[in-house]
Design a protein around this ligand. Structure first.
Ligand SMILES: Nc1nc2c(c(=O)[nH]1)N[C@H]1C(S)=C(S)[C@@H](COP(=O)(O)OP(=O)(O)OC[C@H]3O[C@@H](n4cnc5c(N)ncnc54)[C@H](O)[C@@H]3O)O[C@H]1N2
Ligand code: MOO
Length: 405
């Protein structure tokens, strides 16, 4: 135990609960082209060398190094074009070659076209070409990857670059992890979706449902299955959690996790068999957050009801844990860092999530906020930085991890 909190650092809390989570199942042989953003459940292996043969990196002439001695014109005795098998290297003369074409057997280098003087079937080498070394401008077979080697590891989320790699190696189908099924349950008698009648002063629109839904929708490895809302009745909440556990791998809740008389979430999570790993973390906003796992490895995360706390909590804590369940091996956040233009002198004894707007590459400004109910300032931000507890360097040039929306 770290003081009054189970963990000192949000990442330690993530690691601890992640150990209790199961990984989703596998979908066999989906088309790779449909799998953009999904998580590979098997590695991609090179079906042949890349490049498949020695190829030219330039438009020019395939030569033997011996051609570079003397300044007499040399005959262009053949042509190597992409899309055709290579000609053989003639006993005399050079072969005109184009970028990507296979190097004729016996050629030792490629001289760029602009480093020669071309005239009617012969070339002479400019001075710069005389320095050409053995193998210059030749991409060797297998230099990117050898046939049979792993080019993409299982557990990686497929990027656009991975799509290119998979298709390059003729991997048109692969096993992928199934999307993680997530159910959202918001709570609170005051919260609703008021379409026709405007909310009364004691009521408010269910913005959390839409904030969480927006973050979940960004991830192709998540299937947002349901959004339910529960009033402040313990039995209704228990029923909603039990029903959602039947259809989902993860339940994200908002509200009802702090100290109020109607904050039933911790009790109900225990009742449905949730093993509470943390309830409260040294983070602001979001301190009352609750993390639990069921005995079959499902995740129940209770986010505080305040809109900024719920949204930041979803970004900082829920998405990595869902990533873990999705089979991703690199699920723990590794964020790019930014420096703050206007950090001020204030410190907090907590990990402080500060809303920021990016102002330049690597620089951001802190946005004025009225606190965790101020969703207007949140919408003016590009995301938040996480400042260390009791940080006395905040007014200096310290870079902080940045979490974009
Ligand atoms: N005595 C204490 N009181 C509070 C503590 C504490 O430690 N001791 N912690 C405070 C902190 S920090 C937070 S954050 C809130 C979180 O409380 P809950 O998770 O129990 O959330 P609620 O009380 O249900 O709601 C808080 C706030 O957010 C509004 N809300 C709730 N759900 C939604 C929604 N779906 N969409 C938009 N807004 C929502 C709700 O109306 C309240 O205004 O507790 C502090 N109190
Ligand atoms: O720490 Mo609570 O999550 O801000 O208002």
């Amino acid at each position: 135990m770290a003081g009054k909190f189970a963990f000192d650092h949000p990442d330690d809390a993530l690691r601890a609960i992640a150990e209790k989570l199961s990984i989703v199942g596998i979908e066999k042989s989906l088309a790779t082209t449909c799998g953009g953003g999904r998580v590979f459940a098997e590695p991609v292996v090179a079906d042949r060398d890349s490049p498949a043969a020695d190829v030219s990196a330039m438009d020019g002439y395939a030569i033997r190094i011996g051609h570079l001695q003397g300044d007499a014109p040399v005959k262009v005795a053949g042509q190597a074009v992409p899309g055709s098998p290579p000609p053989s290297m003639p006993a005399e003369g050079v072969v005109q070659i184009f970028t990507g074409a296979i190097i004729p057997k016996g050629a030792e280098a490629v001289v760029k076209r602009e480093d020669t003087i071309e005239s009617g079937g012969v070339i002479t080498f400019r001075d710069v070409a005389l320095q050409t070394s053995l193998g210059e401008n030749i991409r060797r077979a297998g230099e990117n990857a050898a046939a049979g080697s792993q080019v993409i590891a299982a557990g990686k989320q497929m990027t656009a670059a991975d799509r290119a790699v998979a298709i390059n190696f003729s991997c048109f189908g692969s096993d992928f992890f199934m999307p993680v099924k997530v159910g959202v349950i918001t709570t609170g008698d005051e919260v609703g979706i008021f379409l026709k009648d405007r909310p009364q002063p004691w009521q408010l629109q269910n913005s959390n449902q839409f904030a969480l839904g927006g973050l979940l929708a960004q991830k192709p490895w998540i299937e947002h299955v349901s959004s339910d809302h529960c009033g402040d009745q313990k039995s209704a909440l228990a029923d909603a959690i039990a029903a959602t556990l039947k259809t989902c791998d993860v339940i994200l809740m908002t509200g009802g996790v702090s100290m109020g008389d109607y904050d039933y979430v911790p009790d109900v999570v225990r009742e449905v068999g949730g093993d509470i790993v943390f309830h409260g973390l040294p983070i602001r906003p979001g301190k009352p957050i609750l993390g639990a796992a069921t005995n079959d490895g499902k995740l129940i995360l209770g986010l505080p009801g305040n809109p900024v706390s719920a949204t930041i909590g979803c970004r900082r804590m829920a998405l990595p844990l869902i990533a873990k369940k999705s089979g991703q091996t690199s699920w723990l956040p590794r964020q790019a860092v930014v420096r703050l233009a206007n950090p001020g002198d204030k410190t907090l004894p907590m990990h402080w999530m500060r809303l920021v707007r990016l102002t330049d590459h690597g620089t951001a400004e802190v946005i004025d906020s009225q606190g965790s109910g101020d969703l207007v300032s949140m919408s003016q931000s590009d995301g938040f930085v996480e400042v260390s507890p009791n940080n006395t360097d905040s007014h200096t040039d310290v870079p902080w991890p940045f979490y974009p929306w």
